[in-house]
Ligand binder design. Sequence first.
Ligand code: PLP
Length: 425
Amino acid sequence: MSSRIDPVGHRQATSHASGPLVNALSRTLARREAKSARRRLTVLPKETIDFSSNDFLSLGTSSAFKDRYLAHLNNAPESFPFASGGSRLLDGNSHYAEELEQFVADFHQAPTALLFNSGFDANVGVLSSIPQPGDLILYDELIHASAHEGMRLSRAGKRIMFPHSSAAGMRDVLKAQIYDDSGVRDGTKNVFVVLESIYSMDGDVAPIKEFIDVVDELLPRQNGYFVVDEAHSTGVFGPRGAGVVQELGLQDRMFIRVHTFGKALASHGAMVLCGPETKDYLINYARSLIYTTALGFPFLASIRTAYELLSTGETEHLQTKLQHLIRHLHTRLHHLRASQSVLFEVDHFPTSPIFSLRTSKPRQLASACQQDGYIVRAIMPPTIPEGKERVRVCLHSGNTEEEIDGLVQTIQSWLDQCEVRSANL
Ligand SMILES: Cc1ncc(COP(=O)(O)O)c(C=O)c1O
């Protein structure tokens, strides 16, 4: 709020509701609108079927989760503060938070774990602070925006992208750097390889073992460090939902793993799994941890609830059910009939709950599904690269075969209508 002088000389507050800045913002939004790329907040109507959220195990609506969570809240001592009251480094720490970190670290067979308020904060904290001046970061071209944000703030000397999930592509990039840079070659510079175990948009699983082989071959001085984001695999993949890295038995080869709790775990926040020195360093230098109010007890209790369910095996049947539904949708989608005149392709990694329906008209397909009550999302640039538009479909343990059949029927009807329209042109 600023002020202006009215005609009779009184100072009056102006709200800046219009003016040069607001006009410039509006023009930028209009340009986005013209490219059909403007983002909007939406509230889902009731009685819709969820094929969109990241609540892969349907824990968000599970009574087992809710009962256990409420018991944690009810059993908390009277004196227990609900809000954390400050940064983890000041008044926001608690025995409860520290025990939770150890519980999660043990579950993931990691030496230690450090809580962050979100996966975004965790990636920003790790990548902005850990690479040292002059170090090299190699990152997959499809890594999440939060990793980009962290790298942008980091002191690394170079940040180089390699083609998506291509160990051969990463090998070429690394070889060129080894040739060019004696520090990378002689091990005085660190090389960070930044991956996701499952990519959020395509749902494909990274060939982590192949990346390790490249690093072992080209960096014999052991200056290669893996940073793997397990946001989408947490709860869904691996033993009792421990993630892809543990499924492959590669936990000891990872420098850092990031597990987030806002997706399959129906909670908030994230933990960075790492060694004790790295944890200590992050506590000292990760600004997204230091300069923010720590998660309060209700959020910690929710994470605790989720991990108790995982560690006692109570979510295993949900993992199994999800895999059954994934196979069902995979088969049904491959029986769809699309004529040559309609661009339509299904991209799917066999065990992943995320499916990509590639079409040149993602908004129209998403809207046809939504009209029939099936919530799916059109994913457009800038969230994904130009030309990779798609409809993203996410499965959950709580979906049913009937719901899946209904969704596929709607997609088939839409494809049939597209065919009729193009025949009439
Ligand atoms: C791969 C990946 N990493 C990190 C995040 C951020 O996690 P959070 O939602 O907890 O901030 C997301 C969420 O969209 C993600 O998909």
